[in-house]
Write a protein that binds this ligand. Sequence first.
Ligand SMILES: [Zn+2]
Length: 327
Amino acid sequence: MNPQSTDFESNQGKDPDHYLFVGRSYLRDRLHRFAETLSNTYMFFGPPGSGKLELALHLATMVLCPYGGCGRCGTCISISRGEHLDLTILRRSGNFIEIDDVRSVLRDAVQTPNYGGNRLVIIPEIHLAQRSGPTLLKTIEEPPSKTIFIFTAEAIEGEILPIASRCIQIEVPRLSDAAIKSYLMTLGTLDDQTETIVEASIGRLDFAKSLSQNPAMVDYLNQWLAVVESTPHTPTALSELASILTEAPPLSSESETKSQGRKKRDELDLVLMGINYLARQLSKANLRTTFDRQEALDALSRAARSLQLNVSVALAVREAVFSIALL
Ligand SMILES: [Zn+2]
């Protein structure tokens, strides 16, 4: 029997979004206050994968659900599927939010709500707006009275400052490991891979979602442990290992329809997850090693930095593998 099944059972019947509030219950209190005294514009900001869009959808259920956001009625379910008639979510056509993307949601924004309450427009990742900021700004300066705009952003800076200054801002911190585990419990997929997924997700909900949908990715992450565990560390063996680790499996089954830019970012994310996973195992002394842990961790963090600076995946992986193995 799975030792975690009791935890899982005890989560049944709870709000399906409860994982969003693990370790940050004050966010639930704030959303309650927002739903009671509605304003027209909100902005959730925080690091990638912190659950900003999920929180925006949660606020939408609190506003539109006749039971205040029960998470289970037809309204809540249609919101979670993005199918509610009074909810519009901007879906980018490319890597950035273009003016046509904005115009299309603004056409919905001015319509009278179908159910007589409010209409919600969610615009995720507003920091990716290109030349569309002024059009949006004009609308939110004098919003249709029944329409509520919810933006998400990774940071409030640069071109989105004028929009942000007209919004009620909510900072969303990174999720804890406990929150990620709680999310996995809601999927009912607790198994041998749970610990790996929690460790490798580094508090990112998007990572946890991808990993839980794709067992091949979890296998890939475990291969990173070979960088410290396998011997001998001959140059040929290391080159082979580096090329295996360079070839990350696709991040999700829908990858065929993704843009090249998005695919590249997914590939980087997965390698980054591998590096972080190995670093966490190393720092917890879970691995047998013959070399200095701190130096190995430094090498991994250099490789992670290289990746974030958009160095090629193959180069960053090689750098990580060789610098650790040759310590
Ligand atoms: Zn409901």
